[in-house]
Design a protein around this ligand. Structure first.
Ligand code: CAA
Length: 283
C-alpha cells in the first residue's frame, strides 16, 4: 500500500517531532490538535529546529522551505478524510485514545492505517474499539524524535501482516530503524527503561546518594548519554509514573511498584523539565 498523506494527532513534544520527520521524508503531513495554542507552539518548534539545522549547515534553506510547505496544521479532525495513515500522539489515557480512534474510524478512508504512539497502553484494546482492528498498530517513537533512530512497531493481536509491512517500510523511509515487538505492557523499551528510572528514584528516596551523583554513576560508569534522573525529568515524571502503573497493573508483580517519591513529585506538580522542576530545577 502507498502512503502519501499523513495526519499526526497531538502537537506536543512527541507529535510535533513525528510530524517533522514525516515532512522531512517527503510526505504531506497535517498536524492536528484541539488547541490552537499547542498547534502554534508545535509548528514554531519545528521551524526553530529546522532553522538551527540550516544554521549548522546541515540543511539547505530551500529544503527547509520545502519541508515546511509539506506541513499544515488544523484543529479539525475531519481533515483526516483523505489520509492514508494517522499517527496518534495524544495524552496517555485509554478513554481519550479510544475516543480519538473511534472518530478516526468514521472519518478516514477504509484503507487507512491507524497508528498510536502510546508508550505503554495496550494496542490490542485500542484496536478492538474500532471496526478495522487489523489496520491498527503501535508506532512508538523515542524522544527527541528527530534524533533517535528507533521506532518500536507493536503488533496488536489483531494486526495484519500487510499493516505491519506497510509501517515497517514507512519507518525505513523515515530513516529510522524498525524493531518488531509484541503487545505486552511497556513493550520492550519501557519495560526495561522505566524500572531502571524507578530504581534510581528509590536510590534518591533511600538517601543512598545525591541526585547528581546517581546520574554521574550511570553517565560515567555506564556511558549513558543522560543520567536516569535527568532522563526522567526530560521524559516527564507524570509519564514515568503512568508507565510504571501500567507495568504494575499489567504484570501484577510488585517489582514494578512506583516509588512513593515519584508519586509525591507528581502530586506536587514537579513534572520535570516541562514544569520547571523535577529532580532538577530549570529556568
Ligand atoms: N529535539 C531535537 N533535536 C535535539 C534535541 C531535541 N529536544 N536535543 C538535542 N537535539 C539534537 C541537537 O540539535 C544535535 O543535533 P546535531 O548533531 O544535528 O547538531 C544532537 O541532538 C545532539 O545534541 P547535543 O550535542 O546538544 O546534546 P547531546 O549530545 O547531549 O544529545 C540527546 C542530546 C540526543 C537528547 C542525548 O542526550 C540522548 O541521547 N539522551 C537520551 C535520550 C533518550 O534516552 N531518549 C529516549 C527517552 S524514552 C522515550 O522516548 C520512550 C518513552 O516512551 C518514554
Amino acid at each position: 500500500m502507498t502512503i502519501n498523506r499523513v495526519m499526526v494527532i497531538g502537537a506536543g513534544q512527541m507529535g510535533a517531532g513525528i510530524a517533522q520527520v514525516f515532512a522531512q521524508a517527503g510526505l504531506e503531513v497535517k498536524l492536528n490538535d484541539m488547541s490552537k495554542d499547542s498547534l502554534e507552539q508545535g509548528v514554531s518548534g519545528i521551524e526553530q529546529r529546522l532553522s538551527r539545522a540550516v544554521g549548522k549547515g546541515k540543511l539547505r534553506e530551500e529544503a527547509r522551505t520545502d519541508i515546511l510547505n509539506r506541513l499544515s496544521s488544523t484543529t479539525d479532525l475531519k481533515e483526516a478524510s483523505d489520509c492514508d495513515l494517522v499517527v496518534e500522539a495524544v495524552i496517555e489515557n485509554m478513554d481519550v485514545k479510544v475516543n480519538v480512534f473511534q472518530q478516526l474510524d468514521e472519518i478516514t478512508p477504509p484503507h487507512a492505517i491507524l497508528a498510536t504512539n502510546t508508550s505503554s497502553l495496550p494496542i490490542t484494546e485500542i484496536a478492538a474499539a474500532t471496526k478495522r482492528p487489523s489496520q491498527v498498530i503501535g508506532m512508538h517513537f523515542m524522544n527527541p524524535v528527530p534524533v533517535m533512530k528507533l521506532v518500536e512497531i507493536i503488533r496488536a493481536i489483531q494486526t495484519s501482516d500487510q499493516t505491519y509491512e506497510a509501517i515497517e517500510d514507512m519507518t525505513v523511509k523515515l530513516n529510522k530503524t524498525p524493531v518488531e515487538v509484541e503487545d505486552f505492557p511497556g513493550f520492550v523499551s519501557n519495560r526495561i527503561l522505566m524500572p531502571m528510572i524507578n530504581e534510581a528514584i528509590y536510590t534518591v528516596h533511600e538517601g543512598v546518594a545525591s541526585v547528581e551523583d546517581i546520574d554521574a554513576v550511570m553517565k560515567l560508569g555506564m556511558n549513558h548519554p543522560m543520567g536516569p534522573l535527568t532522563l526522567a525529568d526530560f521524559i516527564g515524571l507524570d509519564t514515568c509514573l503512568s508507565i510504571m502503573e501500567v507495568l504494575h497493573e499489567g504484570f501484577g508483580d510488585s517489582k514494578y511498584r512506583p516509588c512513593p517519591l515519584l508519586r509525591k513529585y507528581v502530586k506536587a506538580g514537579w513534572l520535570g523539565k516541562k514544569s520547571g522542576r523535577g529532580f532538577y530545577i530549570y529556568d
